[in-house]
Design a protein around this ligand. Structure first.
Ligand code: MG
Length: 235
């Protein structure tokens, strides 16, 4: 398989620092394997930036499956808090995909960043949001239309850095010729709804799609840092 990707992060229009991180930061092409990841940190002062950077660096340099890489990211964040208690409470989302030479798609995920797959014109969110509101919606206790205004919409139920034991969500698939993948932080998905994401994701190249999506998030208010990676799959 051949993979061509582009990525970008933007501060947005409200925040004063960017707590998101992503890799690889350079656009590129590869026949695989290739590892791509988005992290969205949280914590007081600079701790959010520290958490997302530590987790993503550990995950990218780890060996093995997407799940093993996420666990390495978690270990690194937990160890950093032990070493420097002023960082206590920091955490990060981490959504990571390993794309193999034969099209194997191995994804692992914690938090409310997202992965989507655009296949034959259909957009599918392949991660679930580890948030209180997503759980309430899944249980039929909250109308999806009420999520955006919910006072606890940002409350995460799973996050890197919470403790030594974390429950990692996993997804595996075979990438198809013509697939396009999107990894993003909630700075995109909270500002732009899925039908519009699908429309904008259909831009000509990964680079054009990335910037079209970032601009859409900012046009909608840019209330959070926004990070987007788009990957094209060709046989
Ligand atoms: Mg965010």
């Amino acid at each position: 398989m051949n993979y061509a990707w582009a990525g970008a992060t933007h501060l947005g229009r409200v925040r004063t620092n960017n707590e998101d991180a992503f890799e690889p930061t350079a656009d590129g092409v590869s026949s695989g394997p290739v590892v791509l990841a988005v992290a969205d940190g949280m914590g007081g002062h600079v701790a959010g930036e520290v958490a997302s950077r530590l987790a993503i660096d550990a995950a990218m340099s780890a060996k093995g499956s997407a799940r093993e890489r996420i666990l390495a990211g978690n270990d690194r964040v937990v160890e950093a808090v032990v070493a420097d208690p002023s960082l206590a409470g920091m955490g990060t989302t981490l959504t990571l995909v390993v794309l193999g030479a034969d099209g194997e798609l191995d994804l692992a995920h914690i938090g409310d960043s997202r992965a989507y797959q655009l296949r034959a014109g259909d957009l599918l969110q392949i991660t679930s949001d580890h948030t209180l509101v997503a759980e309430l919606v899944a249980e039929g206790r909250l109308d999806p239309k009420e999520v955006r205004a919910h006072p606890q919409r940002n409350l995460l139920t799973r996050v890197i850095g919470m403790g030594k034991q974390i429950e990692v969500e996993e997804f595996s698939d075979s990438a198809h010729d013509g697939d396009r993948l999107l990894l993003c932080s909630d700075g995109l998905s909270a500002m732009v709804d899925d039908p519009e994401i699908a429309e904008l994701l259909a831009a000509a190249t990964p680079e054009e799609a990335v910037w079209t999506l970032v601009e859409a998030a900012n046009r909608a208010g840019g209330e959070d840092n926004v990070t987007v990676i788009v990957v094209d799959v060709t046989a």
